[in-house]
Structure formats: structure tokens, C-alpha cells
Ligand binder design. Structure first.
Ligand code: APR
Length: 232
């Protein structure tokens, strides 16, 4: 018999216990930085130095952290399920933990791309992107990040994956940012939906969701144990 499909939508909260700041919690990144000054194309055009430095700091930090029990539990889930992770995170902690199917909605911190041709993408060696680093066509390299106001090219694929889930998990996201927060609308009616998050999440648009008010590092391994048990 083929394995049931579990689709997992993750956000900054799953990486919080690894030491990466979330965006909207108290002390989160958007309290310290102005989104418009570091995470938009307009910012890139008007203050490239600041944008490069912001992502260099995020990338440097990523080289210093490790996956946590939440990431590892999702790897274990693959023993009995066909697990597809859709992450809003730009870190690579799901991959580092060993998850096999990970789709990044908002880009990847360790990658950079040509500012003239978005199909030219490179893995950056080390953490530092510099002004003057160019692609093979001579254009400045930019972070491989989906900035506010930019299209989210992976959304159709993520919607398709969401629509074929047998079970849907949402972990560590405030569900504030669209179109990612709207992916649950593609889940077939009647599909069990679990949401693990210790905070207040805008989940009123998620019908029948089972809220688990715990941190990812403890809530995820528990739920995974239950799901593995149920798959027997
Ligand atoms: N375990 C699980 N969830 C946690 C934990 C934890 N240890 N700590 C915090 N959280 C939860 C918070 O309660 C909150 O609901 O993580 C969520 C983080 O929300 P946001 O900071 O809004 O992050 P996210 O939802 O991923 O943001 C979406 O917004 O800024 C953009 O592009 C960025 O991908 C990001 C998108």
C-alpha cells in the first residue's frame, strides 16, 4: 500500500529553538529592522549596502546554528509517510536535518542570483555576498530571496501539493503573510489539519484546525509519535 501524504507548512517558529529569530514575535526581526528598508526591491535599488549587510548577517548566523528536535521529528515521519515540507523559511535546517522533499516559498539564504536574469542561481560559498560580485553575464548578484511585493513563483506548486494532502501540519507560523497563509485553502475539505505554535496565530480561516499550543521542539516530536503509531 502506498504511504499517506503529509504536507507540512513551516514558518520561522520551527527554527526559533535553533537560535534564529522569528519576524513578528516580541524581539523579532521586524521590530529591529524596517521591512521596507531591507526586504523590498525598492530597498535593493536605493540602499544595496544595507540590504546586502542584512542578509549577510542572517547568512552568517545560519552557518552557526543547527536543526532542532522539531526538524528531526519531521525526518522521522518519513518512515511511514510521504512527507512534503513547504517552508516559508530561507534557512536550510530542514535539509540539514535530512528531510527529503523541501520546497522553499520565500527563497534560500545560502543562494544568490543574478539581478538581471532570475534563472541564474548560485550556491554562495561562505556567508558573505559583496557589492561587485557578479553573475556570468556581469550583473550584480542579489540574495535569492522573495522580497515583499515580489511574486512568489513556487505558490502554484505549493498549492498543488497542499491539495493532495491526506494530513496537513502547520508549524511555527503566524499565518500573517499571503499568499503562503492561503495555502490551507487548497487542502481538501475533511483533511485533518494540526497547528503547532505556542503563540496567537491567525487561524480563523483554517476550518477544523486542531491547535497544539506548544513549541515546535516539543510539540512536533509528540505529534509525530502519534502519527507514526496511527500508521501501523
Ligand atoms: N515553536 C513554534 N512556533 C514558535 C516558536 C517555537 N519555539 N517560537 C515562536 N513561534 C511562533 C510564533 O508564535 C509565531 O506564530 O512562530 C511564529 C512566527 O511568526 P512570524 O515571525 O510571523 O514568522 P512567519 O510566519 O514564518 O513569517 C512569514 O513573513 O517576514 C516574512 O518572509 C518572511 O517567511 C517570512 C514570512
Amino acid at each position: 500500500m502506498s504511504k499517506k501524504k503529509i504536507v507540512v507548512l513551516t514558518g520561522a517558529g520551527i527554527s526559533a529553538e535553533s537560535g534564529i529569530s522569528t519576524f513578528r514575535d516580541s524581539g523579532g526581526l521586524w521590530e529591529k529592522y524596517d521591512i521596507m528598508e531591507v526586504a523590498t526591491y525598492e530597498a535593493w535599488q536605493s540602499n544595496m549596502d544595507m540590504v546586502i549587510e542584512f542578509y549577510n548577517q542572517r547568512r552568517k548566523q545560519l552557518h552557526e546554528v543547527k536543526p532542532n528536535a522539531g526538524h528531526y521529528a519531521l525526518v522521522k515521519l518519513e518512515e511511514k509517510y510521504d512527507v512534503h515540507i513547504i517552508t516559508q523559511n530561507v534557512d536550510d535546517l530542514h535539509e540539514q536535518a535530512g528531510s527529503s522533499k523541501v520546497l522553499h516559498l520565500h527563497g534560500e539564504l545560502k543562494k544568490v542570483r543574478s539581478s538581471a536574469d532570475e534563472s541564474i542561481v548560485y550556491e554562495l560559498e561562505g556567508w558573505e555576498l559583496k557589492k561587485g560580485d557578479t553573475c556570468e553575464k556581469g550583473s550584480q548578484l542579489r540574495p535569492h530571496i522573495v522580497w515583499f511585493g515580489e511574486p512568489v513563483p513556487m505558490i502554484p506548486m505549493a498549492a498543488e501539493i497542499s491539495s493532495t494532502a491526506d494530513i496537513y501540519l502547520i508549524i511555527g507560523t503566524s499565518l500573517n503573510v499571503y499568499p503562503a497563509a492561503g495555502l490551507v485553502n487548497y487542502v481538501k475539505p475533511g483533511t485533518p489539519i494540526f497547528l503547532i505554535d505556542p503563540g496567537e496565530v491567525h487561524a480563523s480561516h483554517v476550518p477544523g484546525v486542531k491547535l497544539i499550543k506548544e513549541k515546535a521542539g516539543t510539540g512536533t516530536p509528540k505529534l509525530v509519535e502519534e502519527l507514526l503509531e496511527n500508521a501501523k
